[in-house]
Design a protein around this ligand. Sequence first.
Ligand SMILES: CC(C)(COP(=O)(O)OP(=O)(O)OC[C@H]1O[C@@H](n2cnc3c(N)ncnc32)[C@H](O)[C@@H]1OP(=O)(O)O)[C@@H](O)C(=O)NCCC(=O)NCCS
Length: 190
Amino acid sequence: MAENRGAVALVKRLAGFPAGDCCGESLTAPTVERETLRRLVVGSGQRVSLGRAISDDWPRIGNLLERSKLSPDGLKPWLMNTIVGLVGDEVVAVAAFEMYGDAGLLRSVAVIPDLRGRGLGAELVRMVEVLAAERGIGRFYLLTETADDFFSKLGYAKTTREALPAGMAKSELLRHVCPVSARVMVRDLK
Ligand SMILES: CC(C)(COP(=O)(O)OP(=O)(O)OC[C@H]1O[C@@H](n2cnc3c(N)ncnc32)[C@H](O)[C@@H]1OP(=O)(O)O)[C@@H](O)C(=O)NCCC(=O)NCCS
C-alpha cells in the first residue's frame, strides 16, 4: 500500500506536463534540474533516487543499456517517458515507454548487476506504468528475449506479435532491434 501511495504521489507531481507532449509528437526530455520523485534504500544501504530522466542523462542511460545488452536505439525521443534510478551521478536503473495512441511500448528496463534482485527493476516498471496511465495509456506491450519471468511476476501475460497495435510497427525497437524470436507480453494498466 505504501508503494501505491508513492506511485499516486508520483502521478500527481507529474501532472503538469505541457499539453503538446502527450501524443508522442513533441516529446523532449526536460533540461531543467531533476526532481527526485522517490528515494529507496536497497541492498546494503545504497540510496537510490528515482526521477524522470533529463537530457543530460542520455549518455549514461545509453551506457547502462549497452552494458545490459539492450539497444538504446530509438529511445532518445522518448526520454520524457523515462525514469532513472541514480546513486550520486551514476544511472543505476532505467525504464521507459514509447506511446502509440493509447498503447504503450514498455522498453529499456535495466538495473546494474550489483543492484539486481532487490526490487529496483519492479519499482521502476511500476513507476513508468503509473506515468503512462496518467498520460492516457491503457495497455502496455513489451518484447523480451530474456526476462519473461520477471515481467510475468509483474502481471504481464504472453501474447503474439500479431496482437501488437498497428501503429507500433513504426517503432525502431520493432523494426530494427528486437528479433522476431522475442516474446511479446501485454498488461492492461486500467
Ligand atoms: C530484468 C531486470 C531489469 C530485473 O531487475 P531487478 O531489479 O533485478 O528485478 P527485481 O529485483 O525488481 O525483481 C522482481 C522479481 O522478479 C524476479 N526477477 C528479476 N529478474 C528476473 C529474471 N531475469 N528472470 C526471472 N525473474 C526475475 C526477482 O527474483 C523478483 O522476484 P520476487 O518478487 O519473487 O522476489 C534486470 O535483471 C536487468 O537489468 N536485466 C538485464 C536487462 C533486461 O534483460 N531487461 C529486460 C528486458 S527490457
